[in-house]
Every structure is written in C-alpha cells, then in structure tokens.
Design a binder for this molecule. Structure first.
Ligand code: SF4
Length: 151
C-alpha cells in the first residue's frame, strides 16, 4: 500500500515483475472518481479509444489518428513510450472552446502501458480489499499527526 506519489510506471512495473499485488494510488486517483470528471467528455481519459484501429474519437465524433511515437524520461532516468494522436480539423468546431486551447488541431499524448497499469491499480484499489487497505492507511496517516499539529 502506498500513496499517489509512488504511482509511477516504473514502480508499477517493478511490482509486476516481483509479482507483488500492490495497492498504490496514482495522481488524480481520487479526482477521477468524482462525477464531474467521469462525465466530462473532453478529458483525454474519457475519449473513446479504438484499440484495433489505434485511433481515438473526439467529442465531435472525429477520429484522432495515430501520428507517431516518442519517449519520455522521468527525473530518475526511467524511459516511457508514448504515442501521439491528432484530430484532423478543429477549425470551426463549436466545441473548441471547451475542448482545447491549442492553436491548431487537438493533439494528445498517450502512455498506453501506464494506462494499462493504472487500470489494474484502479481495479485493485476499488475492490473490497483495496477499500479496506485504503481505510487502514487513512487511519494510520491521521494517527501519525503529532498532537501539536492537530487543530
Ligand atoms: S475541437 Fe477538435 S478535437 Fe475537440 S471536439 Fe472539436 S473537432 Fe473534436
């Protein structure tokens, strides 16, 4: 069990390679459980992904085609593979103001491997066992506050 600060691709991969069933949150784990986030069609995580065709579909129904791959390096040197997708024509779209602020067409960067690992982490964290561990951890965090820090 660990806090969101540990929910990186590198750490998830390490746990998988050691066959350790971790209950590790990632950034935005709590935020994404909120209804406003789940119902926002413009957020990248809510765009429909067609895995077979390897394209996304934007809120206007336009395909966002795969346009290339790249890498990202974390501060401690871990390299991640990312993919880029782009809408073909955002000009004149009535939803543009809500959708993105880029000058041209909307472009997204996706780390598919991290998304896979996060989906597994989410499944564990929202299971009954995960809820139990999270409640224990919240209790431990509260108990570790020094008396003079309590308000
Ligand atoms: S602004 Fe572009 S990506 Fe966004 S909904 Fe419109 S067409 Fe789709």
């Amino acid at each position: 069990m660990a806090d969101a600060g540990y929910g990186s691709e590198e750490n998830y991969e390490l746990l998988e390679s050691q066959q350790i069933e971790g209950y590790v949150k990632y950034n935005y784990f709590h935020k994404e459980q909120k209804r406003a986030q789940k119902n926002n069609p413009f957020l990248q995580q809510n765009l429909f992904y067609n895995k077979d065709g390897n394209f996304y579909v934007c809120p206007m129904g336009q395909r966002m085609e795969f346009v290339g791959k790249g890498t990202r390096e974390s501060t401690n040197g871990y390299t991640s593979q990312v993919s880029y997708y782009s809408a073909a024509r955002c000009e004149g779209c009535p939803m543009r103001g809500q959708c993105h602020k880029a000058k041209g067409n909307r472009r997204i960067e996706v780390n598919h491997r991290l998304n896979e690992l996060k989906a597994r982490a989410r499944k564990r964290l929202t299971s009954e066992t995960g809820k139990y561990h999270r409640s224990k951890q919240a209790y431990r965090s509260r108990s570790s506050v020094r008396p003079d820090e309590k308000q």
